[in-house]
Design a protein. Structure first.
Length: 468
């Protein structure tokens, strides 16, 4: 008991109910809640699947591993149901596809059953039949191969669901489970001739058109000919001694790649709330600034040592070299993948820098053009006032009385001078307001740029962490 308690305590963090409650709380927020709720599910699924496939979960006993697998399955189902409740049927379909291709929970019968029922409810019986066939007899999908569900209890439940659907679809309650199994397996394995009735016979007699049941199989058997002639004899089997030894090659699960990529893509849209709160606390009341030091910033390297220890230190350089020279279970080198990841991160920085440069040039050009327009309007107004004063003086020169002329000139000069001063004060106020607005726009752009670089850094860290 004491030996298993640490394992159970360490596995207690795989609690699907806690993740579901967190996602539901995000969903109740309002407009942007669905996106945040999806991020909660995807982040948890990505972390848990990585822990099982690449972590130390293998050290747990069988019961704990099975419990973790069940928790991941429940998380997939809750994620799909949330999309269904939100009328996001396309997103729900994508989640189901990711779930059945999951390297951990892909063999869970409940996931396949709910996926097939979902398709049946949406009026897509052909696709639902293909899902049942992929789960029970194999074929189709990304992997092809044999049946995806191996647990006897799950298989029995799936066969019962499949039989129920086919009886309802063909309105034939007399169809038996053995007939359905035989037809599906013969169709998948390409068994024809002999004493067993071909698939087309069973289709005509019990199921109707079995075209819905067919899966992509190069050995699919044809129906009996119309003239009663039996099917042609199958070609002779190859000698077992001619068969070549199987070549074991390293394969990458396409479903896992799609699942991981989709989760990372969705998570990259929004910065995690806890990280955003830390940045806000760090900023206080000041204008946000770029994260320093920048991760994967373009800077000239020092060439004193090829290992890079004069850049990152001895310990970090040693860890980097070990990671670059590490090999996987199939003997492949990880260096090329790591370098490709670094190149992608550097490219993200370069693209963001180019975007920032263009935004800064755009706002400066806009401010300069507005400043020129305001200056031109001010100068035109002053020129107009001065010309008005000159015209008043020239008109007053026609008055014969000198005293009246002097009084009229003084009055008109005071009026023109007051108007000019008022215009100058108004221009100064407008220019001051313009400068303050320009500075506010610059600060807003500066804050936006800072948050963009913080988001980019968060994405880079997430990529590096999830690549191990």
């Amino acid at each position: 008991m004491s030996a298993q308690s640490p394992m159970k305590s360490s596995s207690s963090r795989y609690d699907s109910r806690a993740v579901i409650e967190a996602a539901e709380s995000k969903l109740r927020v309002g407009a942007g809640g669905i996106g945040e709720a999806q991020t909660v599910y995807q982040s948890a699924l990505l972390d848990w699947v990585d822990d099982v496939t690449m972590g130390d979960v293998a050290e747990y006993d069988a019961d704990v591993r099975a419990n973790i697998r069940n928790e991941i399955s429940e998380l997939w189902l809750a994620y799909a149901n949330m999309n269904r409740r939100s009328n996001l049927n396309k997103s729900a379909t994508e989640v189901y596809e990711q779930a059945i291709n999951c390297p951990v929970a892909g063999g869970t019968g409940k996931i396949w059953s709910e996926y097939a029922r979902f398709l049946e409810e949406r009026g897509r019986p052909r696709t639902a039949q293909s899902i049942y066939l992929r789960a029970l007899v194999g074929g189709g999908g990304e992997d092809g191969g044999g049946p995806r569900v191996a647990e006897p209890a799950d298989r029995a439940a799936l066969w019962d669901e499949f039989l129920r659907m086919m009886r309802s679809l063909r309105k034939n309650p007399e169809l038996t489970l053995d007939e359905l199994k035989g037809a599906a397996r013969r169709e998948h394995l390409g068994v024809g001739g002999g004493q067993s009735p071909p698939v087309a016979d069973v289709a005509t007699e019990r199921v109707g058109s079995m075209s819905d049941l067919r899966v992509s199989s190069p050995g699919a058997v044809g129906a009996a000919r119309d003239d009663g002639e039996e099917d042609a004899a199958r070609p002779s089997k190859r000698s077992r001694w001619d068969a070549k030894a199987p070549v074991i090659t390293a394969t990458v699960s396409g479903g896992r790649i799609d699942t991981t990529a989709a989760i990372l893509f969705t998570a990259s849209r929004n910065m995690p709330p806890e990280i955003e709160m830390l940045w806000l606390a760090r900023d206080g009341g000041s204008i946000p600034s770029r994260p320093e030091p920048a991760l994967f910033a373009a800077s000239p390297p020092k060439l004193g040592d090829p290992s890079g220890k004069d850049l990152v230190g001895n310990e970090a350089a040693l860890r980097i070299l070990r990671m670059l020279t590490e090999t996987t279970n199939d003997g492949r080198n990880l260096g090329s993948a790591v370098l490709e990841l670094c190149h992608a991160c550097w490219m993200m920085t370069a693209l963001k820098e180019d975007e920032v440069t263009r935004a800064q040039e755009s706002i400066e050009n806009k401010i300069v053009s507005l400043h020129k327009l305001a200056y031109s309007a001010t100068m035109l107004c002053m020129i107009h006032l001065r010309s008005l004063t000159a015209s008043l003086i020239s008109t007053s020169s026609q008055i014969a009385d000198k005293e009246a002329l002097e009084a009229d000139l003084d009055m008109r000069a005071s009026v023109a001078g007051g108007a000019l001063k008022a215009v100058q004060q108004a221009n100064e106020r407008e220019m001051s307001l313009f400068d303050s607005q320009s500075e506010a726009q610059r600060n807003q752009l500066h804050a936006s740029i800072a948050w963009e670089f913080r988001k980019v850094k968060c994405i880079k860290i997430s990529l590096v962490v999830h690549t191990g």
